[in-house]
Ligand binder design. Structure first.
Ligand SMILES: [Zn+2]
Length: 180
């Protein structure tokens, strides 16, 4: 006999945000009112999974992406053993888009992931943060944030110089080939 599936929890809410359509990508989160710097804007919830399970899901996502499906990454590292997969319907925080110059950051506080304002945010501004992706596979995640700091790809701010360098070398190679 199969176990009856538990109903999904209701989507999380926060007094600070509302959902909306994003200029950056699909759905987004917007400030419902002015948010002071340092505010815990919304908790990032999901399923707690082992590292092995996280790896299995990551491989699944890569395969799905290769077939042209949505291959977004929603996994957060909580500690050395446990990850948090935020790809669940009730995790409203997953709607927040990446920006290379975000107004928020994520932080793990006592086992919970929070999206926290790094500056004062005006009502109606889109909530964004640095997804902090690894340099590996950088070319798979184009960025449309449009900020002045944007390198065109979603990569952790510490790795952006490597993307710039990679793009430069590629251009040089292409030109060399073109003018030969
Ligand atoms: Zn960007």
């Amino acid at each position: 006999m199969t176990k009856p599936k538990a109903p999904s929890p209701a989507p999380t809410t926060s007094e600070w945000v509302r959902r909306g359509r994003s200029k950056i990508h699909g759905g987004g989160l917007y400030a419902a009112k002015a948010i002071p710097k340092g505010t815990r804007v919304i908790e990032y919830v999901g399923e707690r999974i082992s590292k092995a399970e996280a790896l299995r899901r990551e491989e699944q996502r890569i395969a799905a992406r290769a077939q042209g499906q949505d291959g977004c990454v929603y996994v957060f590292e909580l500690n050395q053993r446990i990850d948090l997969d935020g790809d669940v319907s009730w995790n409203t925080a997953r709607l927040a888009n990446h920006s290379c110059d975000g107004n928020c950051e994520t932080d793990v506080i006592r086992g919970k992931v929070w999206i926290i304002a790094v500056r004062d945010i005006a009502e109606g501004e889109e909530i964004t943060y640095d997804y902090g992706f690894d340099f590996k596979d950088w070319h798979l995640h184009p960025c449309l944030c449009g900020s002045e700091k944007c390198v065109g790809y979603i990569v952790h701010s510490l790795h952006r110089w490597r993307v710039r360098r990679a793009l430069k070398t590629q251009r040089v190679k292409i030109q060399w080939w073109f003018f030969r």
